[in-house]
Design a binder for this molecule. Sequence first.
Ligand code: GRF
Length: 216
Amino acid sequence: MPRPCNLVVLLSGSGSNLQAMIDSFTQPGSPVCIRAVISNRADAYGLERAREAGIETRVLVHTGFEGREAFDQALMALVDCFEPDAVALAGFMRILSPAFVRHYHGRLLNIHPSLLPRHKGLHTHQRALEAGDTEHGCSVHFVTEELDGGPLVVQAAVAVASDDTPDTLAQRVHAQEHQIYPLAVRWFAEGRLRLGPHGVVFDGKPLATTGHLIRP
Ligand code: GRF
């Protein structure tokens, strides 16, 4: 059996997506080994989840650095200590510098709480409601230098109800995030998913620019 794919997870907060990965990947024979969880915030609850699962944790606080590039260089050095085959951003609330993104090109994944390319950036649930969207959801994509603009891997849609609030919508979107992020990481680990020069390749074939789309 080939060795598991070494995964490093970066987060800043609650880490429910990390938890979904822990639940999915800590079985014997898993194709993914979560080597480390790194946070820029010492109080991120995700660190607690990692410790409980016996995963190594590191904290690198960004405030001590002179600028984004300096922090990102230190972060890269720390991440690389764990020899990652893949790096997953799971609620890592930092914009990453081009140098960081280039360094992990083709092995850096992110989850975003909207059906990209709609609603890049923050407050996506509120914005979906304000826009009158009938469908909302979440997306896993490879990270490129364009913020929330990298090639899509998989999206899950949820129907918007007329009485939804940002909170109720967020809950349903989150439940879908917990399905599609481990799925995408598993595909990557199994060698089914890669980023080619012309876009995402899945099972040896070019994937549609919308990625896999999962509808309720
Ligand atoms: C998720 O909504 C994800 O889409 C976004 O950040 C949030 C992280 O949530 N990138 P959690 O920390 O995994 O619970």
